[in-house]
Design a protein. Sequence first.
Length: 281
Amino acid sequence: MSTNDETQLKDDDTVDVFGTGWSMLFNLPEINIGEPGAVIDVRLPGLASAIKLHIADVDAKNTGLFAHHLWKASILVSRLLVKDNRSGGMFDVVGKSVLELGAGAGLPSIVCALLGAQLVVSSDYPDDHLIKTLDKNLSANLAGKLLDGQSVHAVPHIWGEPVDNMLVPAAGFDRIILADTFWMGHQHDNLLKDLVAMLAPTGSVIAAAGLHSGRMTMEKFFIRAKEDYGFVVERIMIVNVPVGSGVGEELTWETVDEADVVDTIEERSRFLFLFKLTKAQ
């Protein structure tokens, strides 16, 4: 996750919603796993070997970014990328250019490279520890596995600021991945500006969104994307997040109906929304 206000959160962006107390009390799924400095092996159905992720020990002033965890939304996106990477589909990244914003440990970025994306730019806030750890994860998991012509980069970026260092292809990125980057309402405009600047006219955004600071905060992003920035927004599915880490167990990630979604602090961690965004033609 990234922000140009570092740890300054607005009134409706409270840190308490990311605590683990509710999960322990009510046997709810954790929304993130791992602690700073931890090493996590992630096994995804369809990939032959585990992906080893180091979790960044970020600067103390940047802990409010919550990039020092592995987020369930990134696991969901990664599973779907592996499962449904068919030609022409939403999760098709073979030969494509891919940008991940708010990449954290970089799991979806690594998966995209393993699946054959031609260019992968994995980006997060310019915290030195965070970017070095992200680069380490990319390098270690992709060593000897990239094909000729493939390139992967860890790039620091503050949302909404100039994108000169982002290695944007001339036509823009074919795919942009956002995994749990919507909980800070005051950052929505900056994130949307990045999408406008860097998404190709025929590209698409894959967005997985939790309800951490409330469904209204999350949905405001997609309303703004449609009404103020001209994106076509399609909700693909709502997923019931299984209890368990999700990094090795064969857990079932079931889709649910909208009527089943409960937007209370106790229940929010159960749900992830998946969206597709494209530019209006």
